[in-house]
Unconditional design. Structure first.
Length: 372
């Protein structure tokens, strides 16, 4: 089996447990997000800014090899940016967009000063992770409670060397992504060239399915997982409909882990709304909504077979693969199998675009992946 090398538009780092304790004063550190695993090995409790909730830790069932043995393994080297490359080489993953793990929970912090301090602490640490290999594109954590704080950290992070800014799919405050209060943030992204990286499933505590409060009853586990899918689609729709890309045409958005076939679907629906409800549409846009989605927006998928025709049959060129390393939903331990299953019957140009090219367009500073 030839090795397929692929960039990943969706990976994660695991922060050291003492990150906040070493970087921040004790009274601030103890209000930052942390996970405490239960003795049962199944549940964990997440503590954030004086609130907490218990949840079942993510797990995956049903993926087995020919002998019926589970192919899901925990990635052993994720915590170490040097050893991590051993895993990546084994899996055939070249470069990665690397999101925070516990840092994702910062979207649930309610105190602006606390959030800004936490984001700075995470970023000061995460940039050293990025610097350990040119194959890492770590995302900066952005304090999104106050737009001016966010703009300030985007500029500071760009100065540190970050190329992508992690955003939760729903902002933690009152104003959603289509509101004018975010203008300073769009300006900062536009000015710095930072890629806006939405990771699905990052709704703040109050709005989240993560808290296990969204769906109960039969089918709940699947339904809650499905709910995490839609946030990226909504976030992108809000930016397009409110004219963000009219005013800032160079902003690039990546939606990670949410599949890709939704792109052409949402583009069609946005166009239909824009056309058929034209008399009510405010603001008017310079171009059709679909044009912004097809040009400014990128998406990563991991297992979805339907993601391939989103590019090859529906013409959305900004589709890229992602491993979700080292998370359990991801492809660790079976990445080559997944890549071959996905791409063996795809023409070479399209396959290279999805495994390497779309990623490289967003992050041209990253050295090119080896040929297959
Ligand atoms: Mn992910």
């Amino acid at each position: 089996m030839t090795k397929i090398w692929a960039n990943s538009g969706d990976s994660h780092l695991v922060e050291p447990e003492d990150l906040f304790d070493t970087a921040l004063p004790k009274d601030i550190a103890e209000r930052m997000p942390r996970s405490v695993k239960d003795d049962d090995g199944v549940h964990e409790t997440i503590y954030i800014d004086g609130e907490s909730f218990r949840r079942r830790m993510p797990s995956v069932t049903g993926l087995t090899d020919d002998e019926g043995k589970s192919v899901i393994e925990r990635a052993p080297n994720a915590n170490d940016p040097v050893k991590r490359l051993i895993d990546l080489d084994q899996e055939g993953i070249w470069a990665e967009v690397v999101y925070p793990s516990i840092g994702i929970w910062t979207a649930s912090i309610k105190t602006p000063e606390l959030l800004a301090a936490g984001a700075r602490a995470i970023n000061d640490w995460a940039i050293s992770y990025q610097e350990s290999s040119p194959r890492y594109v770590t995302t900066a954590t952005i304090p999104l409670l106050v737009a001016e704080d966010a703009a300030t950290e985007i500029r500071r992070a760009a100065g540190l060397g970050f190329k992508a800014a992690f955003f939760s799919v729903v902002p933690p405050g009152e104003d959603d992504w289509n509101f004018p209060s975010w203008e300073p943030v769009w300006e900062a992204l536009s000015e710095t060239g930072m890629v806006l990286a939405f990771h699905i499933g990052t709704e703040p505590f109050a709005a989240t399915s993560f808290a296990g409060r969204y769906m109960r009853g039969p089918g709940g586990a699947i339904l809650n997982y499905m709910e995490t899918t839609y946030g990226g689609q909504r976030a992108v729709s809000k930016m397009i409909a409110s004219g963000v890309f009219d005013r800032f045409p160079t902003i690039k958005v990546l939606v990670s882990e949410g599949g890709a076939t939704w792109g052409p679907f949402v583009a069609d629906r946005l166009d239909e709304a824009y056309r058929q409800h034209g008399s009510m549409v405010r603001p008017k846009l310079k171009r059709l909504p679909s044009e912004y989605l097809y040009e400014n927006v990128y998406a990563s998928f991991q297992h979805d077979k339907s993601a391939i025709p989103a590019m090859t049959a529906m013409g959305w060129k900004n589709v890229m693969w992602g491993s979700d390393y080292p998370h359990l939903e991801g492809t660790f331990g079976h990445s080559q199998q997944v890549l071959h299953d996905l791409f063996d019957n795809v023409d070479e140009v399209s396959a290279r675009r999805m495994t390497v090219g779309a990623f490289q367009e967003l992050f041209p500073h990253v050295p090119e992946a080896p040929a297959a």
